[in-house]
Design a protein around this ligand. Sequence first.
Ligand SMILES: Nc1ncnc2c1ncn2[C@@H]1O[C@H](CCC(=O)c2cccc(C(=O)O)c2)[C@@H](O)[C@H]1O
Ligand SMILES: [Zn+2]
Length: 349
Amino acid sequence: MTDQRAPRDPHAFIAGLPKAELHVHHVGSASPRIVSELAARHPDSKVPTDPEALADYFTFTDFAHFIEVYLSVVDLIRTPEDVRLLTYEVARDLARQQVRYAELTITPFSSTRRGIDERAFMDAIEDARKAAEAEFGTVLRWCFDIPGEAGLESAEETARLATDDRLRPEGLVSFGLGGPEIGVPRPQFKPFFDRAIAAGLHSVPHAGETTGPETVWAALTELRAERIGHGTSSAQDPKLLAHLAEHRIPLEVCPTSNIATRAVRTLDEHPIREFARAGVLVTINSDDPPMFGTDLNNEYAVAARLLGLDERGIAELATNAVRASFLDEAGKARLTQEIDAYTEAWLAP
Ligand SMILES: Nc1ncnc2c1ncn2[C@@H]1O[C@H](CCC(=O)c2cccc(C(=O)O)c2)[C@@H](O)[C@H]1O
Ligand SMILES: [Zn+2]
């Protein structure tokens, strides 16, 4: 992607552009309305019920503080009905942004360990997935991730829920690893990723978000990652950038997330330009949009500004995500064609 003519009105173009999102968290996508509604149901929670106060509450001093706040929202989700409501509303918000396909990262361990029955949990997300597809036309698939800091117990539980044919949900396509990276080396999770891959799931761990490129290398070699969540520190290692580009291993880039969690100081210092210059397949994602005061459309606008993209360059970000997705080939062709048709219609004189 090279510097191109400035788009006529990037926000309007992006708002109508059909998109796919690959790195967006279930609980992290709970809108202020949903969070305040759940907080009102649980007065014992420290999460504010007032959406304005919530904006302040979602301001983080560092990554550890982000995880602490994230878990206080996880604590609000206590029943299968909470799970179903959250999932359906997240799908509604995605549809509003013309997201046709999303791979939503869910951490089942965090909910089952808080007392939600595993079968009821799976039924709740599957019911919401089918309702969203029928009512919004948005296709959802699941990524189950291990909350790494919770250790091997959580890895075992997550691998069991993801590979037991009596439990694994129909929409499950991938297996991930989230939470803090510092003090949580990737190699210990190799046996669990091996089980997930043997069960037909795709490996998509977070790596290089708050630690260096060695964590990205470990995700590739030990966990056989097909995509990398964030991969921000890859820019520090030219050999790693060349490897990612040569082997077409996509990065799930979440620009505003990296600023909000202090992983990167300012957007102008974000390594997304190095990724593009190295020929790495860049996809744009929102990670935990309401918590970071953003949404996917805004992330596309940020990427367009940083990369100096015109409409065709912005559309390429969307087709990159389709190409990097685990959607079936027919679905990929259909969504790519829709993106191309929209872009040509927009540019027609
Ligand atoms: N940008 C992000 N980068 C990394 N992760 C992210 C990001 N955004 C969201 N997450 C999610 O945060 C959670 C972290 C949960 C966690 O650390 C933890 C630790 C100890 C105990 C428990 C528990 O449940 O008992 C959970 C994960 O679910 C992950 O999917
Ligand atoms: Zn994430």
